[in-house]
Design a protein around this ligand. Sequence first.
Ligand code: NAD
Ligand code: MLT
Length: 311
Amino acid sequence: MFHILVADPISKEGLDVLQQNPNVTVTEDTNLSPDELESRIGQFDGLLVRSQTKVTRPIIEKASKLKIIGRAGVGVDNIDLDAATEQGIIVVNAPNGNTNSAAEHTMAMTMALSRQIPQAHVSLQNGKWDRKKYVGVELKGKTLGIIGLGRIGTEVAYRAKGQRMDVIAYDPFLTEEKAEQMGVTYGTLEEVLQESDYITVHTPLLKETRHMIDANAFSRMKDGVHIINCARGGIIEEEALYDAIVSGKVAGAAIDVLEEEPFQDHKLLTLPEVIATPHLGASTVEAQENVAIDVCHDIISHLTGDTAKNP
Ligand code: NAD
Ligand code: MLT
């Protein structure tokens, strides 16, 4: 028998994949503190998490039986990959299941930012009928700069073109030919920073991308640029974003993710130009079913001797 710990909430459909397998027993405990996880991890062959649980080196070093860590989602930045590799533990994710949801959320945030929908809603709730204050800007004819044209960046590009935006993208793996096929302008990072009215980031959080949007990057952008981050906190340097908004360089920012999560009372949230959601990019019924089913199948495959699809 293989013992699997589900440490973050996942959809019932994913749990069914595990629970219906006769070779597996499942323990669902989604409220473990880091210390509790460290003391209990030694009993398990598989660990399943979303982004909430941080699978750190001390936890991995106590995971004497662990063979696989499954991440029900894309980003594996909450898992110490070096420690897992040293211990011979495979890490699998579910890279495709939440692409649409994250792209749709990015567009929803971009539109809400342009028309100040959350601010106008709160104002209305407070009894004000203020039509002058909430004059927005159109997306049509504006340039959207996409940094990171992978799965989600690509879906955002297609949706932005549907809004009749011009799209310029930077990605080290993008070719001019691919950009042309997509109807997207192929740009350097510098060109994206300088030419965009809206900039959205869709890279993973890596050493190379941490704080890639810093004070220097903001200084090269157009005045009145809009910033969207539905990828990972930490790609944008938060203090620099705050300063750029206060100085008027950035007209507004839409943020689904911050460096420290969960976040409350964050300085950025005090600014009226900022709209934010609590890491909801993948929070749809469809995406949560997809990622949970995909990652649970991969966990079973690996534990029962088959090849995992998404190592
Ligand atoms: P992906 O791997 O398909 O795409 C990432 C792209 O970034 C790749 O094309 C890669 O070449 C590019 N890239 C890497 N380094 C770069 C750099 N220095 N400059 C420019 N581009 C660079 O990943 P994805 O599925 O599109 O996910 C993108 C991001 O969105 C990840 O950070 C992921 O964790 C995050 N995400 C967030 C949510 C959410 O709930 N908010 C949901 C899903 C994914
Ligand atoms: C992801 O990387 O897939 C997202 O952060 C979604 C999530 O797990 O919440």
